[in-house]
Design a binder for this molecule. Sequence first.
Ligand SMILES: [Zn+2]
Ligand SMILES: [Zn+2]
Length: 228
Amino acid sequence: MSDSESLTAEMALPPYRAKVRGFYHSRWYNGYVYFGATNALALSAITGAALLRDDVQPIEWMFLAAAFLVANLAEWLAHRGPMHRRTWWIAALFDRHTLVHHVYFPHDDMAARDHREWLYVLFPAFAIGLVFATALPLALLAAFLFGRNAGCLFFIVAIGYYLLYEWFHLVYHWPESSRIGRFRIVRALRRHHLVHHHHQLMQRYNFNITFPIWDYLLGSAYRERTLP
Ligand SMILES: [Zn+2]
Ligand SMILES: [Zn+2]
C-alpha cells in the first residue's frame, strides 16, 4: 500500500479505531507473518513435547481431558481477571485487552478489515512469553507429581489451547461472510464473544473465548433476552 493509499485508509477509519491507532500502531506489522511465526513456534513446542513422551497409557489420556478443563478455566480466570481488571503486576494485559482490543472492536464493528488489524486481536509477544512461562513450570510440576507423560500432555494441551484461542478469536474478528465464519458452530461461538464485546457487558459476561464451559458452570454466560 502506498503512503497516500494508507493515509486514505486511515482517514476512513471510525474515530475509535483512529484513536487507538494514534498511540498504538506499527506500519511494519504483517498479520500473516506474525501469526505464521506464532503458529510455527507453538507447533514446534507441541512437537517437542510429543517426542519427549513415552507410551501413553489409557488412564493417562484422561489427564488430557482434565488439562483441557484446567486450560478452559485459566482462560476464564485470565479474561475475567487481569484482562478486564487492572492489576499493578501486569497492567499491560488490561491495557492491551480492555483499552485496545475492546475499544478497537465494539460489538457493532467486530471485523478486522485486513491482516494489519490483527495487531489488535492477536496476543502480543509478551503475552505469548507469559503463556510459555506459565505452562512450562506447571508441566514440570505435573511431571514431578504424576510422571513424564503427564508433564508432556499438560504442556501439549496448554500450548495447543493457546493456539486454539488465537484461531477462534481471530475467526470471530474476521468478516462474518468469510467461508469459515459461516459454519453454524462458528456463528454460535462468535455470537457468544460478540455479546462480550458490548461495553456494558464486558466486565460481567462471556469470558470464555473458545468453548463457554466455565461461563455456564460459574454463571457468567449471558442469557440473551434484549441486549442493551
Ligand atoms: Zn474479541
Ligand atoms: Zn474481553
